[in-house]
Design a protein around this ligand. Structure first.
Ligand code: TYD
Length: 212
């Protein structure tokens, strides 16, 4: 059977990724594709429990290393239990965040360094890299505004200061320059304009996949 297609969506908090992900899921389903929508950290029972620990604002003592390892551990389970079986069954897997988030948030944001994050994650995802990644870029100033307007309570990571999110943003930019699988989307425009760009880029990726 033809291997499935693994797509991930990435971006800083408040970039509008969730709205666009809902559009993309619906769009792909309407095309008759068998879509699995999932997210990180989470996606199935054990990683969702790890998510509770990671995002709980009361867990102030968590070290950067523990945080990196917990994201990687959640990922290992998610891959084994959900992502790989779906890809082997030929499905289209749409994942809200993945390895690039660990590189940007833990590698750059927490200052652990990209190489360390890649090494640790190698154990978790040796053979499971996305075929394409849609990266939503938005100025830190704007994403901050959106986080503040949109939510009553913030999770542990969203409580970080501006410097942290600037480093995360630097990380995403660095990745975008180096990795050809990453397709950048300008998230500063209207929801409709962002969706038009995402749809066009998703169509290109689908065409390539269907041609194989
Ligand atoms: P979530 O509420 O799902 O954020 P969003 O809706 O913006 O995707 O929370 C996930 C948080 O976890 C988010 O702040 C990014 C962070 N994160 C990491 O720091 N490392 C990772 O590897 C992943 C997958 C997420």
């Amino acid at each position: 059977m033809k291997r499935g297609l693994f797509l991930t969506l990435e971006g800083v908090d408040g970039c509008g990724k969730s709205t666009q992900l809902a559009f993309l899921t619906e769009y792909l389903k309407q095309k008759g594709l068998d879509v699995l929508l999932t997210r990180e950290p989470g996606g199935c029972a054990i990683p969702e429990q790890v998510r509770q620990i990671l995002l709980n604002p009361e867990n102030r003592e968590m070290s950067a290393e523990t945080e990196m390892l917990l994201y990687a551990a959640a990922r290992a389970q998610h891959i084994a239990e959900k992502i790989l079986p779906a890809l082997e069954a030929g499905r289209v897997v749409l994942c809200d965040r993945y390895l690039d988030s660990s590189i940007a948030y833990q590698g750059y944001g927490r200052g652990l360094g990209e190489q360390r994050v890649r090494q640790i994650n190698w154990y978790a995802q040796e053979h499971c890299m996305p075929d394409a990644t849609f990266l939503f870029l938005l100025e830190v100033e704007r994403s901050f505004e959106r986080i503040r307007q949109g939510r009553q309570s913030t999770d542990r990571l969203e409580q970080e200061g501006r410097g942290f999110f600037e480093r995360v943003d630097d990380g995403f930019h660095a990745l975008a320059e180096r990795e050809t699988r990453i397709r950048v989307i300008d998230a500063a425009r209207s929801v409709e304009q962002v969706w038009a760009e995402l749809r066009q880029k998703a169509d290109e990726v689908l065409e390539q996949w269907q041609d194989i």
